[in-house]
Ligand binder design. Sequence first.
Ligand SMILES: [Zn+2]
Length: 103
Amino acid sequence: MKIRKDDTVLVIAGKDKSKRGKVRSAYPKDERLLVEGINFIKRHTRARGQARQAGIIELEAPIHVSNVMLLCNKCNRPARVGFHFLGDGRKVRICRSCHEVID
Ligand SMILES: [Zn+2]
């Protein structure tokens, strides 16, 4: 996937459009990301012993990678991501606006 844990992303679609947040975890299999402060859903919970209180809690839900763009930490713009192979065979991501290596 083009986006990984600890990246900062910009939301480009959905109700959190134009917000930004840090990727808390990535689920490459589902092509989804859990982003800090993005895509809250409300869950109604029932008390379960003393550990949990009944009521409504808000949780972040994973959003699809196609709804976000990676924010380049070099040029600070939403970046389209490309790949590049280094001399030692390592594959790195590059920002296609400033052509800097992202990781
Ligand atoms: Zn850049």
